[in-house]
Design a protein around this ligand. Structure first.
Ligand code: HEM
Length: 535
């Protein structure tokens, strides 16, 4: 049982579910292991399908002839037109219940939103041998039309089936194992030390507040960090007064634009599959620019690798170097993906994390006590040994990702007809496990709006424990074989930043509560003007 608990935590950062099906109570170490578990699971589903009701019976807004459900989402006209994605989901759940079907949106396959942890758990059980997530078709379209870059290897974010499996199997050992992350801690400690020095200088001398565009500085830190992990090179993002037309700033802008355009192409109704729309053209331009700059740095790193091949120990190599020894094209595409996926995610989530620390002074003091115990001086660097000790910091990150998650849900595309919630869900349907909403249910997390890191601590008796929530409630990095591959790097970066900041400053917030802008991913919707008081 202990070992199984470890398995589930390993995959999700969650705890062992007592109701986890017996098939899942094995310890899958590889993509293949997940595949065999999924095979077992699907066998007993076939019999159920015959008894299930058709999808037309699933509650949800009924599609009108001709217009489908499009009108309901058009701004100023439709009921859901003027609210953000998260609010749309809340409205659908309140109106229709735990399982809501939405079809009749041009360009999108029908989808079913799941608002209970039990249904989410079932979704992961029927996700198939190699889970499919068809959620970024415009990005895949771009990749297929840029054969000179991708050469038939499109990366794990948008590939499906065997292509995804072959790629993921190669990169998993170099990105998911704790020991591969450990070797990058000192590097990130250094980048973060520099960033915190920079934070000191960015303050308004009178108010001691950060400038309104501080979120951009967080993105620079995130890009600098992921680049040092991926390529073992520094981009210079932290230099003072980085010009607006500098390469790092252009990369950051391109990543923002990419997510914004994916929102317009994938989430809002769009005709890009029918013709080359203005947004699709912009999208291609943005990605060409981003890939152009990234490729330049990747190629430089490759040259360095070939020149110094035998001088770096395999443990100390960058992710690119480790993958280059195996397969050059996989290495190139994974590096491109890291420089894209590791900026807005970690940057925005770190901004929210510092906000929760700033607005919860008691928790901050507790965290500082922990930081002081492992970092004797303000300039002490975070090391793997430090991160071994810092349980409260980890709890702070978990709680922050509960309140401010990166995505509105985890999507799985069904690869065969499946039985779920008493309905027969046909092949090709998208199911979306809406964990962010479920994580805000008081039945799962009492006082759900409160920032209570103690929920995540073992042995805590003073606060409601996360152990009492259903284990499929909270999945900020997804679940199973298709879980976030950058998770360990992201957590390590965020923890390093958190500890270094509270070791140096008392951090305060004197503004309106933080707003969340729910687009393709959730992003910070307020100027991040923390007040930083030197300790
Ligand atoms: C706080 C930061 C981050 C959060 C909360 C986050 C969250 C997620 C989530 C929810 C998924 C979908 C998982 C699923 O469908 O089960 C995902 C996938 C992915 N993430 Fe992250 N992510 C973060 C940072 C990163 C970073 C730093 C990288 C790059 C190193 C990265 C690369 C990816 C990739 C490539 C996938 C697709 C994996 C696949 O389909 O096999 N992420 N992430």
């Amino acid at each position: 049982m202990m070992r199984t608990g470890f398995l589930i935590r390993e995959i999700n950062g969650s705890r062992l579910p007592s109701i986890v099906p017996s098939m899942v109570q094995r310890r899958p170490r590889s993509v293949e292991a997940y595949a065999s578990i999924q095979n077992d699971i699907s066998k007993d589903l076939d019999t159920k399908l015959q008894e299930d009701r058709p999808t037309k019976d699933i509650p949800g807004p009924r599609a009108w002839p001709l217009f489908g459900n499009m009108m309901r989402f058009i701004p100023h006209i439709g009921k859901y037109g003027n609210v953000d994605l998260l609010t749309q989901l809340r409205m659908l759940r309140d109106e229709y219940g735990d399982m809501v079907k939405l079809d009749g949106i041009v360009n999108r396959p029908p989808c079913v939103f799941l608002f209970s942890p039990e249904l989410c758990e079932k979704m992961y059980r029927v996700q198939g041998t190699w889970p499919m997530r068809v959620a970024m078709e415009c990005l895949h379209h771009y990749r297929e039309s840029r054969q000179h870059i991708y050469k038939g290897k499109y990366g794990i974010a948008t590939s499906q089936g065997k292509l995804w499996h072959d790629f993921r199997s190669k990169v998993n050992p170099h990105m998911m194992q704790p020991r591969t992350v450990k070797v990058h801690v000192t590097q990130i400690g250094e980048v973060t030390g520099e960033f915190v020095e920079k934070m000191r200088t960015l303050r308004d001398p009178k108010t001691l507040e950060m400038p309104p565009n501080f979120a951009n500085e967080l993105h620079k830190w995130a890009l600098e960090s992921i680049c040092s992990i991926a390529l073992n090179c520094r981009l210079g993002c932290l230099k003072p007064n980085l010009p607006a037309d500098s390469e790092p700033q252009i990369m950051i802008n391109c990543v923002h634009d990419m997510f914004e355009l994916m929102y317009r192409l994938e989430v809002l109704p769009s005709l890009w599959k029918l013709y080359n729309t203005r947004n699709l053209k912009k999208f291609f331009h943005v990605l060409d620019t981003l890939n152009g700059i990234s490729t330049k740095h990747i190629n430089r790193a490759k040259v360095k690798f070939h020149e110094t091949k035998n001088q770096t120990s395999p443990q100390e190599s960058s992710v690119l170097e480790k993958l280059l020894s195996m397969d050059e094209q996989t290495a190139h595409v994974m590096a491109l993906d890291m420089l894209t996926a590791g900026v807005d995610t970690t940057g925005n989530m770190s901004g929210a994390l510092l906000y929760y620390i700033a607005t919860n002074p008691e928790k901050q003091e507790k965290l500082r006590e922990e930081a002081m115990s492992v970092l004797p001086d303000k300039t002490s660097l975070v090391t793997p040994e430090v991160l071994h000790e810092t349980k409260y910091a980890k709890a702070c990150i978990k709680e922050s990702l509960r309140l401010f998650p990166v995505s509105i849900g985890n999507l799985r595309t069904m690869q065969s007809d499946v039985s779920l919630g008493g309905y027969k869900i046909p092949k090709g349907y998208n199911l979306i496990a809406c964990h962010p909403l479920i994580s805000m249910e008081s039945t799962q997390f009492p006082d759900p709006k409160e920032y209570i890191p103690e929920r995540w601590l073992r042995g805590n008796t003073d606060f409601p424990s996360a152990r009492d929530a259903h284990p499929f409630t909270y999945m900020p990095f997804g679940f199973g074989a298709r879980t976030c591959i950058g998770r360990r790097f992201a957590e390590m970066e965020m923890e390093t930043l958190l500890l270094t900041v509270v070791r140096n400053f008392r951090i305060e917030w004197h503004h309106e509560p933080l707003k969340c802008k729910s687009r393709f991913i959730n992003i910070l919707g307020s100027p991040m003007q923390y007040k930083l008081i030197d300790l």
